[in-house]
Ligand binder design. Structure first.
Ligand code: GLN
Length: 196
């Protein structure tokens, strides 16, 4: 089992914690930068990216989160979390963590489509399509190396990207009961051949 932190400033951190615990891992709600010391991997949940960005700054999390991402440990942003990992975002009134070479557009599906679900294929995920839940979701408009797109909607819109130990998804895998993407994420940090 791994010890996985879930940034718990705002948003749906509880659902990630429940998924991780159901998989047999230890999940820790991270509210203070010092808690980043003891974890093997970190999830930045969905929620409201402007609010989370504000709380990151006011709680002294910005540099510690950048350092965590640079440490090589798996770090995953879902929805608002993906917005915070992006180096470029339209309309975010303050800086996020800005570590992935992606450009993200917030609320990109428009107000008339607040939420929807689609079965998608994800590179590296076997066993059939993955049911992706989108809620006021961003799209990944541009992916520059070393980041690469790993999932698209039928129309080609990029909804997941990976850059080494960093993962960004526009959708919410913690809201379904499919643990495959959480397992993929945790394996991003596994040494070659190590037991998971
Ligand atoms: N619309 C939100 C934002 O821009 C993200 C929504 C979500 O995380 N489900 O921050």
């Amino acid at each position: 089992p791994r010890t996985v932190g879930v940034l718990a400033l705002q948003g749906d951190f509880r659902e990630h914690r429940e998924m991780l615990e159901a998989m047999g891992h230890r999940a820790i709600e991270i509210r203070k930068p010092a808690q980043l010391e003891g974890i093997d991997a970190l999830i930045i949940p969905g929620g409201e990216s402007t609010t989370i960005a504000r709380l990151i700054l006011s709680n002294g999390f910005q540099q510690p989160l950048r350092d965590f991402c640079a440490s090589g440990k798996p770090t995953w942003g879902t929805c608002a979390g993906a917005i915070l990992l992006a180096q470029e975002v339209d309309r975010l009134d303050r800086p996020g963590i800005e570590v992935m070479a992606i450009r993200v557009r917030r609320n990109a599906f428009g107000r008339q489509v607040d939420s929807f679900e689609e079965e998608i294929a994800i590179d590296g995920i076997e066993g059939g399509p993955f049911r992706a839940v989108f809620i006021r979701a961003p799209v990944i408009e541009r992916v520059d190396p070393p980041a690469r797109a790993i999932a698209r909607l039928e129309d080609g819109t990029v909804v997941a990207a990976r850059q080494g130990n960093l993962l960004a998804t526009s959708f919410h895998p913690e809201l379904t009961h499919d643990p495959r993407l959480h397992a993929y994420f945790l394996a991003m940090g596994a040494p070659q051949g190590a037991a998971k």
